[in-house]
Ligand binder design. Structure first.
Ligand code: SF4
Length: 463
């Protein structure tokens, strides 16, 4: 889960525009943020751990000049949360210097790393992409399609090289990327919400396998790779990851999530007094569930929206409070039959704690409704779900999951119901973590820290 942004605008403050673009994409990654600019072909990058507003201030932004900028917000899926893995990554190769921001996960990163025959400065799979382009001595417009052709898995990429901005999507189109215009200047972003914040107009989605290059000569588009016969835009983007005001494949995400809640109400109705969302990702589906059933919607659970990366560990007694760092129930739940609606259950520990918290607050019944089917497999394409043995629904029945989370009842939205709610055909979306039907070969080794030397943080814990 990462956000990427790119702009070519010689007459504007591109670093500031990238900052605001990233600000709109903060939900896609909160571990690190960075901006790289190109000024007459010279690259400068500033990146660090933290939120966009923590990494950049007026002073640091005013030091970033250029005609072109790219930006990145990161949530780690390959390589740990370390400064060296924050992006944009800059790689100095035999042919050129390349800055890159990558959303997605490669399934052949190990093979590609080995083929480079040199060590890399980071343990993420993204620097491999930069190295392939940077070491290729052919012209940039030949090196880029050649690199794209060697990548397997998910790669939505923005980059800078030789005074040009480039952006591409892998042939499956796992992760979104849109092209828009700020006046006459091209803007690329993971989601349309970044264009909206800048006041840029949306032109279109970058196609799977398409390469877009922008520079002083204008914008060129090249269908560098044949698109995969079946599209594979991630269905998790629809029910969890993308911002509700974003439009994915022409569909507003909020509306799709409300429809998921309405379908869920039709598939798994229940008699209750209040419908509560697990904020924020469960909110649109809870609105849909309440609308369809006529059961009053209640905020019920108040979320502290300022809990981000915590640098200060709570002391032991507070740690046991666990979920109260994030949520607190309102008194009105006491004595009520509640329906709580969330977008998904992954490991189940948060849901179990919330159910317990609501019973502790006096709820008479807690019915859990999930606006997606059970997550039964890991993701190899850029969402850090968990390994299969950590997924509560893998190898368990719905009744067993209900028991584990301690709910009065539990129901998931069917795959058909989810698909219909997106208004996209089944052959346009990846649904592999729900069905085990992976659209690419699956890597034998996919551990997040596989390219890191063992350290105290990455060594398996002693048992
Ligand atoms: S496996 Fe699941 S999370 Fe990963 S890209 Fe496919 S649908 Fe999305």
């Amino acid at each position: 889960m990462c956000g990427v942004f790119g702009i070519h605008a010689p007459e504007r403050d591109v670093a500031r525009l990238a900052y605001f673009g990233l600000y709109a994409l903060q939900h896609r990654g909160q571990e690190s943020a960075g901006i790289a600019v190109s000024e007459e072909g010279r690259l400068t990058a500033l990146r660090d751990l933290g939120l966009v507003a923590q990494v950049f201030d007026e002073r640091s932004l005013s030091g970033l000049h250029g005609e072109l900028a790219i930006g990145h917000t990161r949530y780690s899926t390959t390589g740990g949360n370390a400064w060296a893995n924050s992006q944009p990554l800059v790689h100095h190769g035999r042919a050129r210097t390349v800055a890159i921001g990558h959303n997605g996960n490669l399934v052949n990163a190990g093979e590609l790393r080995a083929s480079l025959g040199k060590p890399l400065g980071s343990s993420s799979d993204s620097e491999v992409i930069a190295a392939l382009v940077a070491d290729d001595e052919r012209p940039l417009l030949e090196a880029l399609p050649a690199a794209m052709g060697r990548l397997e898995g998910a790669a939505t990429v923005v980059g800078l090289a030789e005074g040009r901005l480039f952006a591409f999507r892998d042939a499956h189109g796992f992760r979104p990327l849109v092209l828009g215009w700020l006046g006459d200047d091209p803007v690329l972003a993971s989601e349309t919400c970044a264009l909206d914040l800048l006041g840029a107009t949306f032109e279109r989605e970058v196609r799977p396998g398409e390469l877009v290059v922008a520079g002083d000569g204008g914008v060129e588009s090249l269908q560098a790779l044949e698109p995969a016969p079946r599209g594979a835009l991630c269905i998790f983007e629809f029910f969890y990851l993308a911002r509700p005001d974003t439009r994915l494949s022409g569909v507003e995400v909020h509306g799709a999530r409300v429809r998921m809640g309405e379908r869920l109400a039709a598939e798994a109705p229940v008699e209750a007094d209040l419908v509560l969302p697990i904020p924020d990702s469960g909110t649109p589906a809870a609105i849909g569930f309440a609308r369809a059933t006529g059961i009053p919607f209640s905020e019920g659970l108040i979320k502290n929206r300022y809990v981000g990366r915590t640098f200060i560990q709570p002391e032991q007694g507070m740690r046991e409070q666990g979920i109260r760092m994030k949520f607190n129930p309102l008194a009105e739940v006491a004595g009520k039959r509640l329906v709580i609606v969330d977008d998904s259950i992954v490991r189940g520990s948060t849901t179990r704690q919330i159910v317990q918290m609501l019973f502790d607050a006096g709820a008479a019944e807690v019915h859990v409704r999930i606006s997606s089917p059970p997550v039964v497999g890991p993701c190899f394409y850029g969402i850090d779900l968990a390994s299969e043995d950590e997924l509560i629904a893998a190898g368990s029945t719905v009744a067993e999951v209900r028991e584990a989370i301690g709910a009065t009842s539990l129901a998931y939205l069917s795959l058909e119901g989810l698909q219909a709610s997106t208004r996209r055909p089944a052959d346009a979306l990846c649904r592999a973590c729900l069905t085990h039907e992976y659209p690419t070969r699956v890597p034998a080794e996919a551990a997040k820290h596989r390219f890191e030397a063992p350290t105290a943080a990455t060594r398996p814990a002693r048992t």
